[in-house]
Structure formats: C-alpha cells, structure tokens
Design a protein around this ligand. Structure first.
Ligand SMILES: Cc1cc2nc3c(=O)[nH]c(=O)nc-3n(C[C@H](O)[C@H](O)[C@H](O)COP(=O)(O)OP(=O)(O)OC[C@H]3O[C@@H](n4cnc5c(N)ncnc54)[C@H](O)[C@@H]3O)c2cc1C
Length: 306
C-alpha cells in the first residue's frame, strides 16, 4: 500500500470530520498560482488534528508540508507526493489585555485589524503582508521597519517527535527572513503570542492606510507573485541591483521581472515553476556578473524532500 492509501484509511476512521482532498491543484493554494497537484491535502480543524495527521503521514512516508497562505512558496510543476497540511481552518484569536494569541492559520491582515479594534499598536507593519501567523513566524516576516520578532512573545510548536511546547522568542532564533524552523522544517507552528502596546485607534488606522498606499504604489499587486523573490543582500537592495543590471521586463515563458518593482518575479499568465526557476537563474547570473553579488532566494522552493 502507498502512504496515501494508508492515510486515507486512517483519516476516514480516526479523523472523519477532517477534509482530505485528493490530487488537489496547488496552483489554487498559492499566490503565484503555479504548481502541480498535491497527492493529498488535509485541512485539520484543531491543533490536535494537525499534530495527529502530520505524525501519521510522516510515519507512512508522506513527508508532510505545512502550508500557510502560500504567499512565499513556489510549488513544482509535477505532482507533489507529499501530504500538504493546510492551516486555513485554525483561525482562533484571543486577546488578553495587551497580549494577542493567534492560531497559525490566522492571516496577518486579520490579526492586525483585531489589534487595531482593541487600540493595540505594534502590528501595523504586518497588515499588508499577505501571509498567515504560522508563515510569518517561520519567515520572521517584516516590512517598513517592523518585523515579527519585535512583537512576538513566543510560539507553540509541534516538534519532530510530535510533542507540543511553547518556545519563548529567544529560542526561536529569529533573524532576517529566517527562524529555528528554517533548520527544523519538521516542526509546525501551532499558535503565536504577541505583546503589543496601548495606542490610539485612529492613529493605528492612519498608519495602516499609509503603509498600504505605499505598498500599492510600489508593488505589482495586480499580478500573481510570491512577493520579493530574493532576500536583501548585505548593504544593498535586490530590486536596485536587478534594475541596474537592466533586467526589468526580462521574460522567460510566463514569468517576468516586474517593471514596477524589479525585486518581484510575476506570473503574467500561464507561468510554470520551470519558467520562474529559469528566470531566477538568469537574474542571479546577470546580477552576479554586474555587481559580484549572488542573490539568494527568499521564496521557498518546495521539493519532495522535507
Ligand atoms: C504581494 C506580496 C507581498 C509580500 N510582502 C511581504 C513583506 O512586505 N514582508 C515579508 O516579510 N514578506 C512578504 N511577502 C511574503 C510572504 O507573505 C511572507 O513570507 C509570509 O510570512 C508567508 O506566510 P504564508 O502563510 O503565506 O507562508 P507560506 O508561503 O504558506 O509558507 C512559507 C514557509 O513557511 C512554512 N509554514 C507555513 N506555515 C507553517 C506552520 N504553521 N508551521 C510550520 N511551517 C509553516 C511553509 O512550509 C513554507 O516553508 C509578500 C508576499 C506577496 C505575495
């Protein structure tokens, strides 16, 4: 029996309420709108269901992949022989004074709006980042001078052996677009706790609107993408280096270097994963020739390996 046949039997018996999709197109679940089918995709409704599904699939060789909002991933064009575990249904938020605790599937937009409704300041920077709380902890997402690290108290993680423990922020090794989970991809973020400060609701709203306007003016939000394709190299900006190398508008298949923001590779229609990877390769090569700097991708390339 294949891992997914065993998973189907187990899930039907043990977690009959959990949605499991067969051969689900991953292009539906990522902001790039690219990707082949996932052999199986599960939608646990509780942290316990998530933990059990991940552990069972791992034991059977299903190499589970946790997925948040899919805004920083590039899936392969081929079938992905893994269990993709969506976190969309884990959406509780609790507010106690200046402390917010959110499950991994809560979007940053919703979390920031929740903070604003309690006149709590600190998450304005995150309002326009299209990811989930889980993905934001994994990536230490940040924008306009703020990052998750600044407001995070800690996160509840499921570790490799299935145990669940609260990790204070110091243990999460958050750095520029990385975390402990970058080295330990078998862990899952179940929830995260943020400490904010009392502020003024109108000011918070004003700051969010200002940042959203800046984002809309500078980013090609009308096209599918995964945001900034590359990490910011030391002492430079990827977009500026790409622009200086004359690469705005460079195309491979349906993948194009945005004219609006050279740091974004966009899908102008029908781009494949192979198109994006080839365009990334060309950008890296040309930028290295021009500036001597090798750009490192920020987008996570999803493969069969965990
Ligand atoms: C238009 C656009 C603008 C963007 N702007 C910004 C920006 O300003 N700043 C910024 O930092 N990023 C930005 N991004 C990138 C992206 O939104 C962030 O990296 C975000 O944190 C990813 O969250 P996600 O839920 O979409 O993660 P996903 O893309 O779903 O996953 C990213 C990685 O995290 C893992 N993961 C996700 N959830 C969990 C979990 N619960 N447990 C364990 N692992 C998990 C995945 O396996 C994957 O390796 C932008 C993206 C787009 C499309």
């Amino acid at each position: 029996m294949r891992w997914y046949e065993k998973f189907d039997e187990w899930a039907a018996e043990q977690l009959p309420e959990m949605t499991v999709l067969k051969d689900e197109p991953l292009s539906r679940h990522c902001s790039f709108r690219i990707g082949g089918n996932a052999r199986r995709m599960a939608f646990p409704r509780t942290a316990e269901e998530l933990t059990r599904a991940v552990m069972f699939a791992r034991e059977q060789g299903g190499a589970p992949l946790l997925l948040g909002n899919g805004t920083n991933v590039l899936f392969p064009d081929e079938e992905l022989e893994r269990l993709v575990v969506a976190t969309d249904e884990l959406t509780d938020i609790k507010c106690q004074g200046e402390v917010l605790t959110a499950q991994c599937g809560v979007t940053l937009a919703r979390l920031a709006v929740c903070a604003r409704s309690h006149a709590l300041t600190g998450l304005e920077f995150a309002h326009g980042i299209p990811g989930s709380v889980g993905g934001a902890v994994v990536m230490n997402a940040g924008a306009y001078g703020g990052e998750i690290k600044d407001v995070l108290v800690g996160a509840e993680l499921m570790t490799e052996d299935g145990t669940v423990r609260f990790f204070p922020v110091e243990e999460l090794a958050l750095g520029y677009r990385r975390s402990l989970l970058s080295d330990r991809p078998e862990c899952a973020v179940l929830s995260a706790t943020f400490r904010l400060s009392q502020g003024d609701e109108a000011e918070i709203r004003g700051r969010m609107e200002e940042l959203m306007a800046r984002r809309m003016a500078s980013q090609p939000l009308e096209y599918p993408s995964a945001g900034s394709t590359f990490k910011r190299p030391e002492g430079a900006f990827a977009g500026t280096l790409i622009d200086r190398a004359g690469l705005k508008g460079l195309r491979f298949g349906g993948a194009v270097v945005s004219e609006k923001h050279a740091g974004f590779v966009i899908n102008t229609g029908g781009a494949t994963s192979a198109d994006v990877k080839e365009l990334i390769r060309q950008i890296q090569q040309r930028v290295q020739q021009e500036s001597g700097i090798l750009l490192e991708t920020e987008v996570r390339m999803i493969t069969e390996e965990e």
